[in-house]
Design a protein around this ligand. Structure first.
Ligand SMILES: Cc1cc2nc3c(=O)[nH]c(=O)nc-3n(C[C@H](O)[C@H](O)[C@H](O)COP(=O)(O)OP(=O)(O)OC[C@H]3O[C@@H](n4cnc5c(N)ncnc54)[C@H](O)[C@@H]3O)c2cc1C
Length: 438
């Protein structure tokens, strides 16, 4: 069989590479192909819970931010599915995650430059071209774009307990556990923790005996989604942020955490109203507990279930709770995908074991002049808080397409922004000022 050769090959088909695939599909100047290991498109399938909502507007889809005339917009999906008018009448400004996933799947399977059931197992570089091997085929490409997503993060001391009764939330909808009569502990106070709490409260997985919702955060904290917060998710901010000193970037990313890791106000209010009704209207005996400011410090298992040891963040008191099932809503981590291991010796890695990225999202590596390895969702510490979000995924996709083609296929110059960040010195590394001596 002939080896197919393209200009840009994408590894992984999540929303971020899919945005590149959709925008590239109308640009014959750049030949592209995107490979996905799953048999069919699926977007975080274990967390496609019935009542889970998007955190971002449906206008932040695969293409609209850059080219609303592209056929793979959310609005065109509504038209093609013959549901535009019913959608408009529904008055929703935020759609369900299930519907967004249907939209992504429609795009992924309509595009001609996507292939499924293609687990990329290795990538080699011969000085001129990348050779990409899946279990089925071999491909060649001038450039690569790695969009393999993030891996579920599990506290090390929980790893030995991973089982049907202790698992990461990303598997919840796939495992479909029967939680009837079970004492359940939910660990983690972000959006996923809230979604899981809400669905357990609503008996999605059976009528639980009790729920303990544990969060290290000092309260159950809302997503910071004000119009000025949204300015962090603008191209000019990302461009300026890139040129800050690394220590400044790290502290800004952690200060801005709630702009992407908080819980939507709708979700919080929905949960709060359920709790109020349960406790103060129905006067039900206590069967749930919300415990912020507690860190899970160890986990043990015996014939009576799990013992979870918690430490209070303010008093440092240690307490213990018991559970039959532990659901870990403990986030995700970035790692270099194993399919790049043959290139690993050629790619300098930073202290987190990840490649450094250039402003154009390509990896800093010796062959970078002619053969680029772009990475998406890998640059929160270089490009800032917008990196793991959908908000600027189309802008990043267009930037990568322009760069890989060496042409201005998409206009990405931005209008003047509302906020003057004072960060517009791309040539100069902005160093933090030394603190004045006291
Ligand atoms: C539950 C959940 C809800 C979210 N909701 C929002 C939201 O509302 N708004 C927002 O802005 N952001 C949201 N995010 C954040 C972000 O938009 C998503 O995580 C998004 O899916 C990231 O896209 P991705 O393309 O980087 O990775 P993924 O969606 O993880 O896709 C990566 C793909 O690569 C494939 N793959 C991996 N390795 C290989 C290989 N070797 N060969 C072939 N294929 C491979 C995987 O199978 C996978 O399909 C959410 C995140 C989660 C977890």
């Amino acid at each position: 069989m002939n080896t197919q050769t393209v200009d840009l090959l994408g590894v992984g088909i999540g929303p971020f590479n899919l945005s590149i695939a959709a925008l590239a599909s109308t640009k014959p100047d750049l030949s592209t192909l995107f490979l996905e290991r799953k048999k069919a498109f699926a977007w975080h399938p274990g967390l496609l819970l019935n009542d889970a909502k998007m955190q971002t507007s449906y206008l932040k889809d695969l293409v609209t931010g850059i080219d609303p005339t592209n056929p793979y917009s959310f609005l065109n999906y509504l038209v093609e599915q013959q549901k535009l008018y019913p959608f408009i009448a529904s008055g929703q400004s935020v759609i369900s995650r299930i519907e967004f996933s249907h939209y992504l799947s429609w795009a992924a399977h309509s595009l001609n430059n996507t292939r499924f059931n293609q687990d990329v197992q290795s990538v080699e570089f011969n000085g001129d071209v990348f050779t990409i091997e899946t279990s089925e085929h071999s491909y060649q490409s001038k450039h690569l774009v790695v969009g393999t997503g993030m891996q579920p993060q599990v506290p090390t001391f929980c790893e030995p307990h991973i089982s049907n009764t202790c698992f990461h939330a990303s598997e919840l909808g796939l495992r479909k556990p029967n939680l009837t009569g079970k004492r359940v502990a939910i660990i983690g106070g972000g959006q996923t923790g809230a979604d899981v709490f809400q669905h357990l409260f609503d008996k999605t997985f059976g009528e639980v005996a009790d729920i303990n919702w544990i969060s290290r955060r000092s309260n159950i904290e809302a997503l910071d989604e004000s119009c000025f917060t949204d300015q962090y998710f603008m191209p000019d901010y990302v461009d300026g942020f890139y040129h800050l000193a690394q220590t400044t970037k790290n502290s800004e990313v952690s200060r801005q955490k709630l702009t992407s890791d908080g819980i939507t106000n709708d979700c919080l209010q929905g949960i709060y109203q359920r709790l109020y009704h349960d406790r103060y209207v129905l006067n039900n005996p206590s069967w749930w507990s919300i415990q912020p400011n507690r860190t899970l410090i160890s986990l043990a298992h015996n014939e009576n279930g799990y013992k979870l040891h918690l430490e209070h963040g303010l008093t440092h008191d240690n307490t213990q709770i018991n559970a039959d099932v532990v659901i870990l809503c403990t986030g995700y981590r970035r790692a270099l995908p194993s399919c790049l291991s043959k290139l690993a010796s050629q790619i300098p890695l930073n202290s987190q074991g990840l490649p450094e990225l250039c402003p154009d999202f390509s990896v800093k590596w010796p062959a970078a002049n002619n053969n680029r390895i772009y990475m998406v969702n890998a640059g929160i510490h270089s490009h800032g808080i917008a990196e793991p979000q959908l908000s600027l995924a189309t802008w990043r996709a267009a930037k990568i397409i322009n760069h890989a083609s060496g042409k201005n296929l998409y206009e990405i110059d931005q209008q003047e922004a509302i906020v003057d960040w004072g960060l517009s010195s791309p040539e100069v590394l902005i160093q933090p000022k030394a603190k004045a001596a006291v």
